[in-house]
Design a protein around this ligand. Sequence first.
Ligand code: GLU
Length: 399
Amino acid sequence: MCGIIGAIANRNVASILIAGLQRLEYRGYDSAGLAVIESGKIARLRRVGKVVELNKALTATPLPGHIGIAHTRWATHGAPTEANAHPHVSSDEIVVVHNGIIENYLELREQLQAQGYAFTSETDTEVVAHLIHSKLKGQNLAQAVKQAVLLLKGAYGLGVISRHEPEHIIAVRKGSPLIIGLGIEENFIASDHLALLPVTQEFIFLEEGDFVDLHADSINITDAQGNAVERESKTSQVSHTQTEKGEYRHYMLKEIYEQPSVLSNVLEGRISDDKVLLQSFGENAETLLQQVKRIQIVACGTSYHAGMVARYWLERYAELPCQVEIASEFRYRTNVVEDDTLFITLSQSGETADTLEALRKAKDSGYLTSLSICNVAESSLVRESDLCLITRAGPEVGV
Ligand code: GLU
């Protein structure tokens, strides 16, 4: 899953989109692209490789336009080629960027081919573009997207625009992170708020199933049940210079050197008289944690390795039996849960798809309670866990 950025403004947006993609580069990707709408026409540029290649192409052919969407792709379906790079277009009308995986794309692709849609890529995403187009008959873009997503199985963060409705962006979030950035007479979407720091520090963190109709001067959000909802906006404390490399050669090095200060930030205000203040984990933490008889830790990658170290400490100092498992295994197997087991997840971003799914599964499996250890207070993992410990590591860019 890689990066999405979208903008609607009273100025040209291509340079905002490129700057946003550059700020998402740290996540790794294989190709990049953007599309804008100008005078009722779609203009699209895509390149394999780095965003700098896309930027070169844009400098050679500037693309004016007050609305646009852009993407860095991490190929899951189809090779990293220009034809497979996003945005994908249907019928010279609908433009889509997508993070995630559409699991029933083959079935949908066959149905759409039978209806006469010609595919120009191997991606699962192109299915979404044609599916939305197929729902347009007599309906506007918002209605068509709403109907189309009902047929999608899998995970998606979507940004959709139409050349016939250049006054808004439709965005949907299910299983992939997506946020809204609020500007003055301009609004944005992105898969990560770091992408938007040069243009705004005001964000709405969308919830699972949220559907957004984004105009330059208004935002309408409906939740997974289709009810109109107001989502609170949050001001990010992170300035965009904080996310720069400074004197370091790369982010990994910068973040290694930050570790001592991060550790003291993590502990600050959370220990007293050599004891951990249990209330720093959330409401009821004290009562719940005192009942814990065993611990299950679930995470991915480096967080999983951190969990393996934690296991030694928990068994040695707390004398509690502890198991550690990779989330991508845990989520797909049958688990036997013993009484009074604490379920701990670890994730820097709090959006790691397998870890999130493992938590959702654990919530139906009889664990005593769930605790997430995470760096992003607004993340899905923190929101969906009973208890949390926020690591206060500042923006983490090294992957
Ligand atoms: N599944 C899509 C593709 O392969 C999106 C991948 C992504 O999230 O970057 O094109």
